[in-house]
Design a protein around this ligand. Structure first.
Ligand code: VGL
Length: 182
């Protein structure tokens, strides 16, 4: 089985938010369209407490109960079967969707016989990268949909390094047009 994993398409990571990927809005229609091609669709969110060591490194973002922590309003959330919350502790970066604390993502996927993961969302250099590296380590055939991700610093060395690190780890970089209907 294949599954679509939507990483952190939240207001705070979109233009107008606390820690925006400048081109985040461009990927949302691509993700909405991709949902028609998957039977299994899951999504992670950063859900931080108001005070956390994570905010020593970053401006406060995705604080539980705030607008910034919500999915972007244009994302078609009706098709998301399960949400995974990460970064929920006071010391917890929670970059990877596999660090979700409300439910175990790996277990959820294994129970549904998922072998192939298609990763989309925000942000390329941090949560998308860490999630994709964990996915490879956990044994999934891991695909990164390059027209459905966005970086905090588009065109930066950091973005390029992140893509290269994922490729070197065994992540396949593909385009949304390559994905067939289930
Ligand atoms: C993220 C920076 C800090 C992300 C989360 O979702 O990529 N980036 N926290």
């Amino acid at each position: 089985m294949k599954a679509l994993l939507i990483v952190d398409v939240q207001n705070d990571f979109c233009p107008g938010g606390a820690l925006p990927a400048p081109r985040a809005n461009e990927i949302i229609p691509v993700i909405n369209e991709l949902m028609d091609r998957f039977e299994i669709i899951v999504a992670s969110r950063d859900v931080h407490p108001p005070e956390t060591l994570h905010f020593d490194k970053w401006p406060p973002h995705c604080v539980d109960g705030t607008e910034g922590a919500l999915f972007h309003p244009e994302l078609n959330i009706l098709k998301i079967q399960k949400g995974f919350h990460k970064g929920t502790g006071n010391e917890d970066d929670g970059y990877s969707s596999f660090e979700a604390t409300n439910e175990n993502l790996n277990k959820y996927l294994l129970e549904r016989k998922v072998t192939d993961l298609y990763i989309v969302g925000l942000t390329t250099e941090y949560c998308v990268k860490t999630t994709a590296l964990d996915a490879v380590r956990s044994g999934y055939n891991t695909n990164l949909v390059e027209d459905a991700i966005a970086a905090v610093e588009p065109g930066s060395v950091n973005e390029m390094d992140a893509i290269n690190e994922m490729k070197n780890a065994g992540v396949q970089v593909i385009s949304s047009g390559d994905i067939q209907v289930d």
